[in-house]
Design a protein around this ligand. Structure first.
Ligand code: ATP
Length: 369
């Protein structure tokens, strides 16, 4: 069993607290993604698991074994880096075989494992080539192959796709996911790319300033972000964040921000009232796809309709991103069908899906709902 248990891990570099109280159980065969902006402590966390960075405080278990003091080579893990770190003077076969040779595997066993991995990765025809004669995607496959032949309990991957161009990245993304299904091992994968996190992870851990913000399935994180940071980080284009105030009008609870006044559905208004948020400043969130332009939707949403000016219209082919002015202090983004053909400068009428709104506490920035 290859579960990995990080028990209240800390890492400090002098005065810098790189990772703080990281507490997480990663299940056997889980594909776990660590995601967050540059400097949030993802690589340091991975390097502690790999044994490349000493743990300042806390305990790390791989399987059921406490490994704080176990050297990297004895941890039964394999790591794939962003820079493929292939040996330039060795051909693909030798690169893949190298780690096994060091571990004194028999020649026949090495040959079997390398050929099997090459088959899985579709690089059998490249075994005689040197790295410089390979494309970026092929090099990355060799780097994966070198990890696979070790048959480790846990794969650690640090931004393995970031040196590839956009198209190849998408292709390798699916290949790594398929590989995971086939090998049935635990994968811990670091990226700053929220799309990679959303598409690859069984579970995502969003980090900021060395601290876990939320650990959950992609769907849960997308639909129920724990705070403003997670809400803004996961999702592209980002969730619109609008500051304003909740107030009571008759039996209704309304949100009022710059250029926007909307009525909340009765159930949601009631919750906010009970929690003491009425007549208080709050942060209001709405995802771009929850802003609609369809006539039927507009007709049935008199309480959340507004007009706005399109500053920029980005046509993505099947859909269109409208950047709208007049609401909040910055542009609000709406994601609509490209057939609408909106252009910059036009006035549009839109409505919010009020069942999809998010409300955050102004001070703590934690989600209220
Ligand atoms: P990136 O996406 O840019 O690689 P990251 O999320 O992986 O970022 P880390 O590399 O883990 O972040 O760094 C976390 C924090 O620890 C940063 O503030 C970084 O400057 C600091 N740090 C990392 N390694 C060291 C080191 N060897 N000495 C001092 N500070 C370090």
């Amino acid at each position: 069993m290859a579960q990995v248990h990080l028990k209240h891990l800390y890492k400090t570099f002098g005065d810098v607290s790189a990772v703080s109280d990281f507490d997480l159980e990663i299940q056997d065969q889980e594909f776990l993604v660590l995601v967050g902006p540059s400097g949030c402590g993802k690589s340091t966390t991975l390097r502690m698991i790999a044994g490349l960075e000493e743990i300042s405080k806390g305990e790390l278990y791989i399987g059921n074994r406490l490994v704080n003091d176990v050297p990297p080579k004895d941890r039964d893990i394999a790591m794939v880096f962003q820079s493929y770190a292939l040996y330039p003077h060795m051909n693909v076969y030798q690169n893949m075989a190298f780690g096994l040779k060091l571990r004194k595997f028999k020649k026949k066993e090495i040959e079997e494992r390398v050929r099997e991995a090459a088959k899985i990765l579709d690089i059998e025809h490249l075994l005689d080539r040197k790295p410089k004669a390979l494309s970026g995607g092929q090099r990355q496959r060799v780097a994966l192959g070198r990890a696979i032949v070790r048959e480790p309990q846990v794969f650690l991957m640090d931004e393995p796709l970031s040196n590839l161009d956009a198209k190849l990245r998408v292709q390798m993304r699916t290949e790594i996911s398929k590989l995971h299904q086939r090998l049935k091992t635990t994968v811990i994968y670091v990226t700053h790319d929220q799309t990679e996190a959303m598409t690859m992870g069984d579970r995502i851990v969003v980090m900021k300033d060395g601290v876990i913000q939320q650990a959950d399935t992609p769907t849960e994180i997308y639909q129920h972000p724990a705070n403003v940071f997670v809400a803004g980080f996961i999702g592209s284009p980002s969730m619109n964040i609008i500051e304003g105030r909740l107030s009571e009008k008759g039996h209704d609870v309304c949100f009022k921000g710059t250029g926007l006044e909307v009525k909340l559905p009765a159930g949601r208004g009631k919750i906010l009232k009970e929690k003491g948020y009425v007549e208080k400043e709050v942060i209001f969130g709405i995802r771009p796809e929850d802003i609609h332009d369809e006539p039927l939707f507009l007709e049935s949403s008199p309480d959340s309709r507004f007009t706005s000016k399109v500053e920029v219209a980005e046509n993505m082919g099947s859909e269109m991103y409208l950047y709208l002015s007049g609401i909040a202090d910055k542009w609000v983004t709406a994601r609509v069908n490209a057939r609408t053909g909106f252009t910059a400068g036009s006035e549009v009428e839109l409505a919010l899906d009020m069942n999809k709104i998010h409300i955050f506490d102004k001070e703590s920035e934690e989600t209220v709902f």
